[in-house]
Ligand binder design. Sequence first.
Ligand code: MF3
Ligand code: CO
Length: 260
Amino acid sequence: MIYLKTPEELVKMRAAADLASRALGEVAKLIAPGVTTNKLDAVAREYILDNGGRPACLGYGGFPGTMCMEVNEVVVHGFPSSYTLREGDIIGTDIVAELDGYNGDMCYTFPVGEVDPKVLDLCRTTKEALYKGIEACVEGKRIGDIANAVQTYCEKRGYTVVREMCGHGIGRKMHEDPEVPNYGRRGVGPLIKNGMCLCIEPMINMGSRNIVIEPDGWTCRTRDRKPSAHYEHTLAIHDGETEILTTFDYIREALGEAYI
Ligand code: MF3
Ligand code: CO
């Protein structure tokens, strides 16, 4: 069931997305060698709570954090821990903030200090693929057009697309219909309609596309342990336009020169 949002609901979606964006901006300020992922998670949690929101991942199906922590080969759903970031790591931080009953969901993969240029290229390409997907997200087109845009962009550059995980609708619930895959054929899938809120979130690998789930039942990593990158925005389609509700602007402000 796809829930189309009213203009009043979109006001709340915008506010939730802004809260998630600001929280990730706070996280960005701390990204450096030596910081633990637990610390990053605590900062995000406190920011959301201090601003009247709820950290929606915390307790979701038993998930133990405010954010998913995706260090190097971790694709999605890693736990915050005592792991200390090291120079050369990349870390994806995936956050969902609920505010006034609506959810904003986003992810950003940060380089930690000096990172191998090949790994930086993976990150850049994945972020660009997110925006290719957003460009293809046009009212009257289909979900498969988004999927195909992401896939084509990444595969042309020699990267692989994780297939087991995908983007999704969002609203009162963090995950609503439809699924938004990162691979597929143009012209197939649900029609993109005014009132839809969608999360597009490419998860792109340097090596093979295969993944494994760790024994904790959550942490998803690449089978070959090569790096994976992940970026995500929450979007709303209304009045024939696609509005990006989340923003990386706070991250850009926090990182300055280091922003990629
Ligand atoms: N934010 C993730 C997504 O993009 C979901 C997080 S799973 C949770 O769909 F369990 F941590 F909430
Ligand atoms: Co999501």
